[in-house]
Write a protein that binds this ligand. Structure first.
Ligand SMILES: [Fe+2]
Length: 290
């Protein structure tokens, strides 16, 4: 996912545009939050007009959807705020409609937004990966089990984790009065949208409701604070590890060096084998088979 660093961005500052790509019915409006110019993968805020109707169909990309306001009817499911879908590529959903309008996040993970009308799955669709869950109603808040851990008062609902990459999609919240005084970076990309509330980061200032970032790996962020708390949706494109430190002026290159040094300490045999075993193509040994 080669998307540029976008931070901070607030979708309330820009108007909706009409979706005019082939296959999408009239009445779908979007704000582009981030896009990979190589393959069209993107994250959008989407507003469906009241009366919007979409026939059954699928996408050639994995699609994630989070309903934020209004009701979205998907087949016989009435999906209100907090309803989350992970729809694998070529897995079809039943007809979609909204009578009074609906605000949602839409994420196309491998390519540009696309829609194929169909009442059955496409070739090689893996329906076992489909996630459909009412996250506000049916999932409890959890204390993250990550180590090193964030400060107390940052809670998580893990919506999906990719079994091979450990990429995560999650809801998170900061309780009122949350603060954390260190600086963090990760060795994966991190994305976040503020469904409600304002939080502050030393490098980027206040991020309010509708705030968004797509942050490539190794970029410092923090310290953190939130006076009244926040509710956010986040994703990573790999396993999340908190590289904490207290050096506000370190560069991404220096952060890479430190992350590699940590990997050498934590997984010395694996590191040496990858680095010194006469090859440098670890993906040649991918076990995934797909
Ligand atoms: Fe982070």
């Amino acid at each position: 996912m080669a998307r540029p660093h976008i931070e901070p961005f607030v979708d309330r500052d820009v108007p909706f545009k009409r979706m005019t790509l082939p296959g999408f019915p009239r009445g779908m409006n979007y704000k582009m939050l981030s896009i990979d110019r190589d393959n069209g993968a993107c994250t959008m805020t989407v507003q469906f007009d009241g009366g919007y109707k979409q026939p059954p169909g699928f996408s050639y990309s994995d699609v994630e959807i989070l309903v934020m306001e209004g009701l979205l009817q998907v087949g016989d499911r009435t999906c209100g705020p907090g309803y989350y879908f992970f729809v694998p590529a070529r897995v079809h959903l039943p007809a979609m409609s909204t009578s009074r309008g609906c605000l949602a996040l839409f994420m196309y993970n491998q390519r540009e937004p696309n829609f194929v009308e169909s009442d059955q799955d496409g070739d090689r669709a893996d329906r076992s990966d489909l996630v459909q869950v009412s996250t506000y109603d049916d999932m409890p808040w959890m204390t993250p089990t990550l180590h090193p851990a964030t400060a107390p008062g940052c809670l998580l609902k893990l919506l999906r984790i990719d079994e091979k990459t450990h990429a995560m999609s999650f809801l998170y919240c900061m309780v009122p009065g949350f603060w954390q005084d260190n600086i963090s970076y990760h060795d994966v990309a991190e994305e976040c949208y503020h469904i409600w509330g304002t939080s502050w980061m030393m490098q980027f200032g206040d991020l309010p409701t509708g705030g968004y970032f797509w942050r490539p790996p190794f970029i410092n962020h923090g310290a953190f604070a939130s006076e009244y708390g926040i509710l956010g949706f986040g994703r990573t494109d790999g396993e999340l590890y908190n590289h904490f430190h207290f050096h506000p002026w370190s560069t991404p290159e220096e952060n890479k060096e430190r992350a590699a040094a940590r990997l050498l300490r934590r997984k010395p045999e694996l590191y040496r084998w990858i680095e010194m075993h006469g090859h440098n193509h670890p993906t040649d040994f991918d076990f995934s088979g797909r």
